[in-house]
Design a protein around this ligand. Sequence first.
Ligand code: ADE
Ligand code: ZN
Length: 344
Amino acid sequence: MSSFSDLLQKDRASTDSFIARLPKAELHLHIEGSLEPEMMFAKAKKHGVALAHSSVAELRAAYDFANLQEFLDLYYAGANVLRDQDDFYDLTWAYLQRAKADNVVHVEIFFDPQTHTARGIDLEIVVEGIVQALHDGEAELGITWRLIPNFLRHLSEQDAIDTLAELEPYMENFHGFGLDSSEVGFPPSKFARVFAEIRSRGLPVVAHAGEEGPPEYIYEALDILKVSRIDHGIRAIEDEALVSRLARAQIPLTVCPLSNVKLCAVPSLEAHPLKKLMKAGVVVTINSDDPAYFGGYIGENYRATAKALDLSNDELKSLAAMSIRGSWLHEVQKARHLAVIDQL
Ligand code: ADE
Ligand code: ZN
């Protein structure tokens, strides 16, 4: 006879295998945040770059963050080992292989141009390395892609404007622009002009808002930057009118549950507002943010969230479908993936 815990374990295993079969889109992934410690050490050795930690284990042990800033300090330091085109290629290719293992069919990837130009790395090296891997990923792994440069909000708007000018020769590779880095004290409105310029070229924009920052930042991202998605957006839960608006306007939130726990944006996964937002009709998607730092890629984010919030298979299907619908794929491609999800 099976014990209760045996049954629970079987149930978990069947949920996990259901998650594995769901085609998913990842819409919130910082490519620099997929730099695993092993690769960081290998690249540091290759370029003779000194690291602040003496081993992979010691570095992993340092991934214990009290807030966003503590993480960003390590994340920017880690990115310092990325120096040539092969480094950006290897980083992106490694991520795509992980994504493939989780049945990700489409990725919309962020990168931070200013993190690299500030160190004197030519943007051609960065863009060519990432884009070559994305092309190979599409050809060999069947993963379609979009690429989204993000501006660092702790820097000035003028710095973003200058960076946009530097990105000009590579514009055909970009499908939209975003805003990330330290949130509190750096409201979206600070970037009104540069985002207006990008929108005037017909490109969509997104912004991190409501990760650590207040609901007002989500309003600013919607009303001033006119974003088509909000990255994170979990603090919308504090404002009923905002939740209704997001649901009415069907503005997707690219939620990153393990990231929110690791950065103490929520007290625990069990306390995460994802399910409440979903039940209120908000378009919610599950993503990994910076998986090398936060303990899991997209599959692990789905599994851990399903367990903590007791998500049903129908709710998991709905989350995967929202990731496809919230993506920038063409309608025909969306319909193809949605039909597969529908049949599961
Ligand atoms: N850059 C990389 N990850 C980020 C996050 N979670 N929030 C803001 N900026 C980031
Ligand atoms: Zn992010």
